[in-house]
Design a protein around this ligand. Structure first.
Ligand code: HEC
Length: 110
């Protein structure tokens, strides 16, 4: 196989991996998002997500949503309620990370 073609194949294999790496958040940002979840979201939903001004956010309830639906709810809020949209503070990727956290790594495993 000629060398330029080999290099071409190498780049082809490398591209999807670069795209995947691009898709993950830094460990620091994940830590910040977790703090945001329990402090900022927690100011309404409770520090342990058991509810307060806002409803409890147990794992079972969070899995009634699709990942995309939950991320959209976090970004846009619930109009007409106290649930604010977080668009200005969170990127779509970060909202998806929070949604994934609520669905799969939720301290309120009910
Ligand atoms: C100012 C108070 C407040 C803050 C801060 C807040 N929420 Fe809410 N949230 C609410 C209220 C009130 C509702 C219920 C809306 C309704 O009546 O449908 C709600 C609803 C929700 C729901 C839907 C619950 C269900 O049972 O369907 C999710 C998910 C949610 N919030 C996630 C979050 C996340 C994640 C954050 C932080 C990024 C956050 N909320 C911050 C008040 C808040």
């Amino acid at each position: 196989m000629p060398l330029p073609f080999r290099l071409f194949l190498l780049v082809l294999c490398w591209l999807p991996m670069a795209a995947l790496a691009e898709d993950s958040l830094s460990a620091e940002r994940e830590q910040e998002l977790e703090t945001l979840l329990y402090q900022d979201c927690g100011s309404c939903h409770g520090m342990t997500l058991r509810g307060g001004l806002g409803p409890a956010l147990p794992k079972s309830r969070m899995n009634a949503y699709s990942l995309d639906g939950l991320a959209a709810l976090i970004l846009h809020g619930v109009p007409g309620t106290a649930m604010p949209g977080w668009q200005g503070l969170l990127t779509e990727k970060e909202a998806r990370w929070l949604a994934d956290h609520l669905q799969n790594d939720n301290p309120l495993d009910e």
